[in-house]
Design a protein around this ligand. Structure first.
Ligand code: ADP
Length: 193
């Protein structure tokens, strides 16, 4: 059987990255799809594990060859989901987990109607702001105006949550991780029955 494609999306600061890391640790059947980005690595990030770090010319080359399932520009940096690796894993029966923004999830749903879309929602806008600032504290390229625009966009994005298969509120992290894991398990058993 073809692998299951799981897409975790939500506004920045919702806690997607944190949840995804924990879900991957507890579910060895999930293969993480590593995104490509033109932004420089942050401390502790490893090329090929966290992202494929490339320059702009390389990114545009892949994009123009149709090599991304979705891509977008944020803070002047480009980010995209390479198509080939995802298709290869699914074809060989492996389940793939992708972490993208809300628009990216909608783009992937159009190409993979059977994908399982999970929307991670912050408990409140204030808490989202607090977590986002916590994560980006000290980023040399942090742009407060762009940050405010992204928070405003989050309101818009939440309307799209209704097009997802499930919505998980990330208040208590352990609970949110268990919920995401259970949603994935539930879909697997549906598919195999
Ligand atoms: P995203 O990937 O959605 O932008 P992150 O996973 O980077 O969000 O989380 C943003 C910040 O919030 C990080 O500093 C992370 O440690 C923190 N965080 C994530 N989930 C929770 C939670 N349930 N409770 C408290 N802090 C959290």
């Amino acid at each position: 059987m073809r692998g299951l494609l799981v897409v975790v999306a939500g506004p920045s600061g919702a806690g997607k990255g944190t949840i995804v890391r924990r879900v991957l640790e507890r579910d060895p059947r999930l293969h993480f799809s590593v995104s490509m980005t033109t932004r420089p690595p942050r401390a502790g990030e490893v090329d090929g594990r966290d992202y494929h770090f490339v320059d702009r010319a390389e990114f545009l080359r892949v994009r123009d060859a149709g090599g991304f399932l979705e891509w977008f520009e944020v803070y002047g940096d480009l980010k995209g989901t390479p198509r080939a690796a995802v298709e290869r894993e699914l074809a060989s029966g492996h389940d793939v987990l992708l972490e993208v923004d809300v628009q990216g999830a909608m783009a992937i749903k159009r190409q993979f109607p059977d994908a399982l879309l999970i929307f991670v929602k912050p408990p409140s806008r204030e808490e989202q702001r607090r977590r986002f600032l916590e994560r980006h504290r000290g980023d040399p390229d942090f742009d407060p105006a762009a940050f405010e625009r992204r928070l405003a966009a989050a309101d818009e994005e939440e309307h799209l949550a209704e097009q997802f298969d499930a919505v998980v509120v990330n208040d208590d992290l352990d609970r949110a991780v268990r919920e995401v894991a259970a949603i994935i398990t539930g879909r697997r058993s549906q598919r195999s029955s």
